[in-house]
Design a protein. Structure first.
Length: 203
């Protein structure tokens, strides 16, 4: 009789074990934290989830680790761009874009053809040093034998300034010193003949 009761108790224990195992597998009785392989680990927020996104314009470091170089032509923030270089100074000399001087000629020679003395001259402009620069074609202008003429060096000695000379004295000097191109200011009378001629002193 005792043997039968012992077998019944063992069978009851076996049934209870089976029921307990079935209940654990169905999730009716969750296992304590960390007790078994089925325990789920708590979710840990990743560092990248809350970190702000990197800006797309940030320069990427070079492979060697050196800092990226900035452009040589870039203007620093808050500073004005450099001022342009000043233009170079004009080269001295005749500027043919300037108007021809209306009262200055370079005297080269003379001719007595046509029964009247005419000076062979060249018009021109004033250069930046203030000197007369002849340019263009040679031409001639008649001069009166009674013209008022003043001369200086090199026609006269350098210490003599603005001395009156005659037309014949001027032509005599031109005979021995042709093509010098000395500058003179002149004036024409109503007939287009030179009646006043003043040599411009040149150092």
């Amino acid at each position: 009789m005792r043997a039968v009761r012992g077998q019944a108790a063992v069978a009851a224990l076996a049934v209870c074990g089976m029921l307990a195992l079935t209940a654990c597998q169905n999730g009716d009785d969750p296992a304590p934290s960390g007790a078994g392989p089925t325990a789920a680990a708590p979710a840990v927020p990743t560092a990248t989830a809350s970190a702000p996104a990197a800006t797309a314009s940030a320069p990427a470091p070079s492979k060697t680790g050196a800092a990226p170089k900035t452009s040589a032509t870039a203007t620093p923030a808050g500073k004005n761009p450099p001022a342009p270089a000043p233009p170079s100074a004009p080269v001295c000399g005749p500027d043919h874009r300037m108007p021809v001087s209306p009262d200055t000629i370079a005297v080269h020679r003379y001719t007595p053809e046509g029964g009247m003395i005419s000076l062979i001259v060249q018009h021109g402009t004033y250069g930046c040093p203030g000197r007369f620069e002849p340019s263009g074609a040679w031409t001639y202008i008649p001069i009166s034998e009674k013209a008022k003429i003043t001369a200086t060096a090199p026609i006269l000695p350098s210490e003599v300034m603005g001395k009156p000379i005659s037309t014949s004295e001027l032509t005599s000097w031109l005979d021995t010193h042709p093509d010098k191109g000395l500058p003179f200011r002149y004036h024409l009378d109503s007939a287009g003949v030179i009646d006043t001629l003043d040599e411009i002193y040149v150092k």
